[in-house]
Each structure stands twice: as structure tokens, then as C-alpha cells.
Design a protein around this ligand. Sequence first.
Ligand code: 5RP
Length: 233
Amino acid sequence: MITQDDAKKLAGQLVIERFVRPGMKLGLGSGTTSHFFVRELAKYVADGLELTCTTTSSHTTRLAEEVGIQITPINDIGVIDLTIDGPDEIDNQFRMIKGGGACLLWEKIVAHASVQMITICDETKIVPQLGAFPLPVEVVKFGWVQTARLVAQTLQDHGVSGADIVRRERDGDVVSTDSGNIILDCHCGRIDQPEALELALNAIPGVVENGLFTGESAGMVVGRLDGTATVTM
Ligand code: 5RP
């Protein structure tokens, strides 16, 4: 058996071998799994692999530049060939909850600017049913209590009753996203209608984006605790 971190690293190594090609425009994801991948990618770049990369968070930009990967701003890169990013939960249809690191808005913008998105994770992220991980909803600060009330109503309308909704804080401070918004973590338990809920949440004034990614990922590269890694498309 290997550790969860080593399983994440395996996924990062395999995705490079199988999907990254010279000259590609790449979107680099956020979170610990993506950051293992970025560190691994940096070794290839140091060895001469030519890529044009953009990122899904300021944190990933800092890391990439630290390890020697030059970052092109999202507005200057054009159509991205491939984005590689991690989930908080993923089901067998590659539907995901993302945003545990508060980067969901940039992650979704980069995913939609890409021809293909591949998800990398360790096997603990694979679930039969979405919803145990709290669903992040990014909202503007103005009127957030009103927005939260409409989020609760929308969850209820989509079969999620009595969800606890918590404004995200870290060390006593309200978390602010890279775009200056806040995060409402919705403790749903289970989500039975992810596609409809994803659309409905985004129709609420004040909601900027939510962490359901129901149609973006074309496949997953999974590192397993037995030391193997698999590609599922
Ligand atoms: C950040 C994200 C991350 O991709 C997600 O939280 C996965 O992170 P990790 O690889 O650390 O488990 O969505 O907003």
C-alpha cells in the first residue's frame, strides 16, 4: 500500500505520459493533486518540453513560477488544448464537486476555454453519489444572506432538504476568492440532480459560480493505493 499523496503523484505522472505533448497549451489545476502534477511537469519543462501554460488560481501561478514554468495570462493564451485538474468528489460519469480550495470560478472558466479537461485524483475521490463533500457556491459579498436564502430554496427545489449553508472561514477570517467573492459551503448529504442543480444555482442573482462540474471532464486518471494508476475515458 502507498500513501494518498503518493497515489496523487502517480496520477500526475501518468497524465503527463499519456496526455501531454510538445507544443500544447495547458491549463494547470489547483489543489494538492494538481500541485504534485505541476511539480512533476516542471521536470519535463526543465528537460526542454515546450508548453504554453495558464493556471486556475493565483496559488498555482505562484507554484508554477517557483518551479520554473512560465505562465501566460488567461486572456493571452487563446484556446487551451488540455486542462488537468483535481476534484473533491467524482462519480463514474466524471461529474464532480470542485472548489474545496475556493478556486472553482477560475477552474470553470479555464475548463470551458479548453478543448479537453482530464481529471486527476487518488481513488478516495471516487464516489457512487455526489454530495457528501460540501458543495461550494461562490457569491458576491453584497446581499450574501439574501443569496444564501435563495440558494437554500434552490437546493430544496432540487431534492436537497435542510442543507446547512456555512460561509467559509479560515482561522477566523472570511475566505475571499481570487476574484474577491465569498464561498457558501452547502452541506447537502446527497445530490440527486447535479446537472439541473448546477444550472439553477447559477441563475440566482449574486451567485457567481458553483462547484458542480457535470459536463467538463472527458476522463479521469486515478492513482490507487495499491501503487497502480489507471486511465478511464
Ligand atoms: C480547488 C479545487 C481542487 O481542485 C480540489 O479541491 C481538489 O483538491 P485536492 O487535490 O487538494 O484534494 O477544486 O478549488
